[in-house]
Each structure stands twice: as C-alpha cells, then as structure tokens.
Design a protein around this ligand. Sequence first.
Ligand SMILES: [Zn+2]
Length: 198
Amino acid sequence: MRRLGCYYAVLFLQVAASSRAAALEKSDVVFMYQADARTYSEYGATVVAWGGTPRPETLEAAKGLRFFGSVGMVTEFSRYYERFPTNYAEGLCRDIDGQPVKVPWLTDHQHRGIPYWWCCTQQPIFRQYLREPVEETMKSGAHGLHIDDHLGTAGGLWLGICFCDRCVEGFKEHLKSLSPQRLKELQVEDPVAFNFRE
Ligand SMILES: [Zn+2]
C-alpha cells in the first residue's frame, strides 16, 4: 500500500447528477480505504474516500456511505504495463535527454524488472489507459471518483519532465496562441518551428 504523507495530490469528483453540493461536508467522517461494515458503523463513517475499484461485496459493506472509487495517474505503472506490454514505452515521460523518469516515491518498485516510470498524460496511449479504469470504476457503482496525483505530467515539472514528442508538439500550439509582442519578448521567432527540447 502506498505510503501516506508523500507527494500525492487528491481530487474528488462527485458525479451524482442530482447534487451540486460539495463532495465532502465538514460533518463527514471519511475513511481513507475500504473497511468492513462493523468498522464503518463503530466510527460513524459516512464516506469512503480512496475506495479502489468497487466490488459488489465492498459496496454492500459500505451501504449507506458515499463510496469514491480510485484511479491513479502516476502510481499504477504495473497496471498500465499489463494493458500495453508491447508498446507501453510510447506513453512514458521523457527528460531532456529523452530518457524515462522514475516516480520518485516509488524508486524501490519494479514490475517485471521494469522501474515504475512516470507516464505522460499528453500521450494518447496513456490517456486511453486512464479512461478505461475510470469507466470501469464508475460502471461498478462508485458514487464518485478519487483521482490520485491529478496533475499527471504537470505534477512532475520539478523532475524535469516532460520532453516527449507529444509535449514538444503541444507547446507549439501554446506558442501560437500568444500575441506577436509576447513572442518577441520570449525571443520566439517561429512558434511552429520552436522545439523547447533543442
Ligand atoms: Zn510528455
């Protein structure tokens, strides 16, 4: 289980169309992970915050509570690898030398001998990987979704990512949206040709 108190950022989305209220109320008693029905009852729990993929038995145990399923955007390399074992490398973040980057709080983790690489949320293959467990989690009956490390690639800027091809191309689109004056200030002569990796 992942260590608490490290770099994770947490975002809750409540998808119940009937409610525009905050996902969490001050009076809520929030369980970080799944527990059994008796434990929920003894603590007066009202919310399961980091519920993983809901199964029928876990939803039954949490009956009467709001149950948030979970999908991680940085920490689930093993699952991503198993989904795309032959072309997983397409979705990895790259440093300025083109090398993949380990998730700093999982440097002791490997899957099939491969380090837990940080994957790029701009890459179509990784976006596809993320979309599938989100759909699976919500179809399984979760009331909402806990997105772990919700910044994805942007959460790793301090590591010197990302210089993958997709990010380099995407930055050109950003530059094209700037005014000529701003481009001049930035000394960018041609936004279409600008390559921040070079
Ligand atoms: Zn990238």
